[in-house]
Design a protein. Structure first.
Length: 264
């Protein structure tokens, strides 16, 4: 089995696998690799491991560790990307297509241009591809993405004041539901629970399992419990602090740790 590493390529942050060959590479190393789409620039994101070749996973090859000249070419490619975006945007308008451009990016060797876009409807872009291939003299690949992927590419700052998780470290999008917010006793106002993409924030899933586990093991709101001060009714639960507010009598509410109470 060949030794491979995981490599992030392009702004969409696709992960591909590539044989290391004679090269010793570490996490975050910048490399030039051969992929099914041509020669690309990437950043190592997964440590070296053995992988069995299969029809489902294409395994590329590390061509070299990125050099100073490679990094200069990368900067030049960014200028080419910007120029290509202007051309693509103009052609989309000419063909009157209902689509929103997110990102236009060449492979490292500029033999292929990826066009990432969002659209609420199916888009027939066959004539657009012919036009662009003739104008830009390169292969064109249209990639329709979702709004969450759009935020991942474009980036931004979340309501927490930090850079978007999907842009920094999230590799895959997990399912997020309104029930997760409900189980965490959050306001069910979707406008406050939505990220820049307009979908429920990914971070709603981060602590969800802890909330479910805690609530399954301990008394729920409304249940009668026994405390060091006698019996009372649970009026609220703080899963993070692992405390319970218990009403012992009218207008007499006290806070107890989870270890201090038990079901009546």
């Amino acid at each position: 089995m060949p030794m491979v590493v995981g490599v992030i390529v392009r702004r969409i942050k696709d992960k591909v696998y590539a044989q290391t060959g004679k090269y010793t590479v570490n996490l975050n190393d910048k490399v030039i690799l051969e992929t099914e789409h041509g020669t690309e620039f990437g950043v190592v994101c997964e440590k070296e491991k053995n992988m069995q070749p299969s029809k489902d996973v294409y395994i590329g090859k590390i061509l070299r560790i990125a050099t100073e000249n490679d990094l200069k070419r990368l900067v030049n490619n960014e200028n080419k990307n910007a120029q290509a975006r202007v051309t693509v945007s103009k052609k989309v308008q000419e063909h009157k297509l209902d689509m929103k451009l997110t990102c236009v990016q060449y492979t490292f060797d500029r033999t292929k241009l990826f066009i990432y876009y969002t659209s609420e409807t199916r888009v027939d872009f066959r004539e657009l591809i012919k036009d662009l291939a003739h104008t830009l003299k390169t292969r064109i690949q249209m990639v329709q993405i979702g709004v969450r992927d759009e935020s991942k590419i474009v980036g931004g700052v979340g309501v927490c004041g930090k850079q978007l998780c999907c842009q920094i470290f999230l590799k895959d999008f997990s399912s997020v539901t309104i029930d997760m917010a409900k189980d965490q006793d959050l306001s069910l106002n979707t406008s406050k629970l939505s990220g820049l993409c307009g979908r429920l924030m990914c971070c709603l899933a981060y602590e969800y399992d802890n909330y479910v586990c805690f609530k399954n093991k301990h008394p729920k709101v409304g249940e009668t419990v026994i405390t060091p001060n006698g019996k009372g009714k649970v009026v609220s639960v703080d899963c993070i602090k692992e405390t319970f507010n218990v009403e012992l009598s009218e207008n007499n509410i006290k806070t107890f740790k989870a270890s201090q109470i038990k079901k009546a």
